[in-house]
Design a protein around this ligand. Structure first.
Ligand code: TXA
Ligand code: MG
Length: 329
């Protein structure tokens, strides 16, 4: 049984108590819902991998209350401190060299000598971290390979019966995951574009590299597997026309039209589009299947700012799927 907890003082206290005793609790962040467990408890962390059916080579993000707590787990440098001052709390995850006696479970780190840390802006996440007094490992609260959840109902669709509770804090405002920036060596590299844009990061620390597409075997970026964030129907990207068997994911003021369609942002706002992306994919997938359609056509999305994160997720959602699911999380 998975309990649904209200995001009030009583619900947060209950969720913190569950985490403190090795339980699994999904909770809202500003990006997507996370599936939380005590990051220092190997057995609790192992339960995350089981509940999600997540490959164990893919490490987890550790959520903490503030930069000070983050830098007790990962070693900071000038770049990390400058970024933390500007973007934390916020949708930026930093991959740092783990400190010598890092208390984070090696399973959560997938055996790496780095640790990924993040400070969420979401008041419910903040309250939960404060109450639990623990670093909380939390990947997105979906089955591995599925679309990330932006509501408590989405979490239950994937994980009901497999986790102890979900804290219902309503829809997540950003809607795509945090940007993952690797600062573990000299050259800062974006491993996953997300809620803080490349342009915003470069304004603080100068030029950064983008991890190449298709280098997913690279040990530095174990989560960069191709097929991911996938609805059940196949996607066709950069659609400039629409077929009779297709549902439409539209963008912008002059969209194509189709009987089953959702426009991510009629005014062409990339931030709004990011916030709506996953819920739109889920809704289109369900309606298209009900009506016997066989594919989702996706209009072109500009690859700047938030558009980079949206394009990355859509590319992975469209990637060929090969059993067993090679997903990262
Ligand atoms: O917005 C988010 O980041 C959400 C919310 C819940 O915080 N979390 C999330 O977690 O998206 P997940 O597990 O679905 O994605 C984490 C990504 C994966 O691609 C993983 O490989 C990468 O971060 N990652 C985690 N630790 C890493 C490390 N030590 N080195 C390199 N990549 C790491
Ligand atoms: Mg994920």
């Amino acid at each position: 049984m998975t309990r649904i907890l209200a995001a009030d003082a009583a619900g947060i206290a209950e969720a913190a108590a569950l985490l403190g005793t090795g339980g699994l609790v999904a909770f809202p962040t500003e990006t997507v819902y996370g599936l939380g467990a005590d990051a220092t408890d190997d057995r609790a962390v192992a339960r995350i991998f089981e509940a999600k059916a997540r490959p164990r080579f893919n490490p987890l993000i550790v959520h903490v209350s503030d930069a000070e707590a983050a830098f007790r787990l990962g070693r900071s440098d000038d770049r990390a401190r400058a970024l933390a001052a500007v973007f934390w709390p916020g949708p930026l995850t930093l991959v740092l060299p783990a400190v010598a006696d890092c208390p984070v479970s090696l399973l959560a780190r997938a055996g790496l000598d780095t640790v990924a840390v993040r400070v969420s802006t979401h008041p419910v996440a903040q309250a939960l971290l404060a109450e639990a007094g623990l670093p909380i490992a939390a990947p997105s609260a979906n089955r591995s390979g599925h679309v990330s959840p932006t509501t408590a109902a989405h979490v239950l669709d994937d994980l009901a019966g497999r986790i102890d509770a979900v804290l219902d804090g309503g829809p997540c405002p950003v809607g795509v995951e945090s940007t993952v920036l690797d600062l573990s060596d000299e050259s800062p590299t974006v491993l996953r574009p997300g809620g803080v844009t490349v342009e915003e990061i470069e304004a603080v620390i100068g030029p950064i590299a983008l991890a190449g597409q298709g280098d997913d075997a690279a040990p530095k970026s174990p989560g960069r597997v191709e097929s991911h964030y996938a609805p059940s129907l196949p996607l066709r990207l950069d659609a400039r026309s629409i077929g009779p068997d297709e549902a439409l994911l539209a963008f912008g003021p002059s969209p194509l039209s189709a009987p089953v369609a959702i426009n991510l942002s009629p005014k062409g706002d990339l931030t709004e589009a990011a916030a709506r992306l996953y819920a739109a994919l889920r809704a289109l997938d369900a309606e298209a299947r009900q009506r016997g359609l066989t594919r989702i056509a996706v209009m072109p999305i500009p690859a700047r700012g938030f558009g980079l994160a949206i394009a990355d997720r859509l590319r992975r959602a469209a990637a060929p799927r090969c059993p067993p699911d090679p997903d990262g999380g």
